[in-house]
Ligand binder design. Structure first.
Ligand SMILES: C[S@@+](CC[C@H](N)C(=O)[O-])C[C@H]1O[C@@H](n2cnc3c(N)ncnc32)[C@H](O)[C@@H]1O
Length: 304
């Protein structure tokens, strides 16, 4: 077991922080080592808690009728480089929990889930758990940028970061094969389609695009079965749907080293949750599912 230069940390849940100021001032780690100082700053930039956005995006209205009118209005406005936004100020508590859709932040997962990701990565580094890190469903790339930042901060020179995404949004539901996705409408949300070049540019802005960052471009069902990494230590799933979650678990969980972590960003979504529960039941996975915040859960793989 490698006890290397890494501080040992507990990747578990933390209590909610009440005050908005405290949210911006704190970031989970009390120790002010150069690594944590850098990573705290990166997290506050990636979530824009440091420079709060002055407007917020609206994904799409709930009601079907409004949604159709909404999409029509949005595509019309887009021709004139206009957009529909709300001037409601960003609520730092929502941003901490990853509950809103940021206008410009590179991630929507919020501070608590970034804290959890950091703790999982530091834990696998401390324990020398072999394998690379992957996120399936990257959007603007923020969580993956943060993965690269953590490896860099702790001087890791071995591991690679993998980003799997269509880079054109979510797939249309295949209701025959995955009935749980039948009513899913996220494939219609244009804001969830972020081109790969834009994600690369986001990495560049943080000085973190290098030969250890890899892009798996396409639907998970096509890219994940032949994904070239041998082993994984962190498997972060953020594809929202049953199909996307099940494809990632089916093709990547067998590569996860004992001691590695599976993070399910969308556990609160019924179709994602159903995929996780089905997969765990099919493979008799008994490790505890631990809550990260109101939305996400994770577990540590203990044995084969
Ligand atoms: C909620 S966003 C991810 C948020 C991101 N992790 C972050 O840090 O903000 C979901 C992403 O998953 C991708 N996605 C979902 N299902 C997919 C599939 N089956 N194949 C490829 N990409 C998929 C979408 O293109 C989108 O970028």
């Amino acid at each position: 077991m490698n006890e290397g230069p890494y501080e040992r940390v507990d990747a578990g849940n933390e209590g909610a922080v009440d005050s908005a100021l405290a949210i911006a001032a704190e970031s989970g780690d009390e120790k002010e080592s150069p690594e944590t100082l850098y990573l705290n700053l990166v997290k506050k930039c990636l979530t824009r808690l440091l420079f709060p956005e002055q407007h917020q995006l609206i994904l799409s209205p709930q009601s079907r009728m409004y949604r159709i009118a909404w999409r029509y209005a949005q595509s019309l406005l887009a021709r004139f480089q206009l957009d529909i936004v709300t001037t409601r100020p960003v609520d730092p508590k929502e941003r901490q929990e990853g509950l809103d859709c940021p206008a410009s932040a590179e991630t929507m997962i919020g501070l608590k889930r970034l804290d959890n990701l950091q703790k999982c990565i530091v834990d696998i580094l401390y324990h020398g758990v072999p394998g690379d890190l992957i996120e399936t469903g990257v959007w603007r790339g923020g969580a993956a940028i943060f993965m690269r930042a953590v490896l860099k901060a702790y001087g890791d020179e071995q591991r690679h970061i993998w980003l799997a995404d269509s880079f054109q949004g979510l797939p249309k539901p295949d209701a025959k094969k995955y009935p749980a996705d039948a009513r899913d409408t996220l494939w219609q949300v244009a804001r969830l389609a972020v081109p790969v070049e834009e994600v690369k540019e986001n990495f560049r802005r943080y000085g973190l695009l290098d030969e250890r960052v890899h892009f798996l471009v396409g639907w998970f069902r096509d890219t994940l079965p032949t994904a070239p990494m041998q082993r994984l230590a962190i498997l972060r799933l953020d594809g929202d749907m049953y199909e996307s979650t099940m494809d990632a678990l089916t093709h990547l969980y067998p590569k996860l080293s004992p001691g590695g972590y599976v993070i399910i960003d969308d556990f609160a979504l019924p179709n994602c949750r159903a995929a996780v529960e089905d997969f765990r039941a099919q493979h008799r996975i008994a490790e505890n599912l631990v809550a990260i915040d109101h939305f996400a859960k994770f577990w540590q793989r203990l044995a084969f």
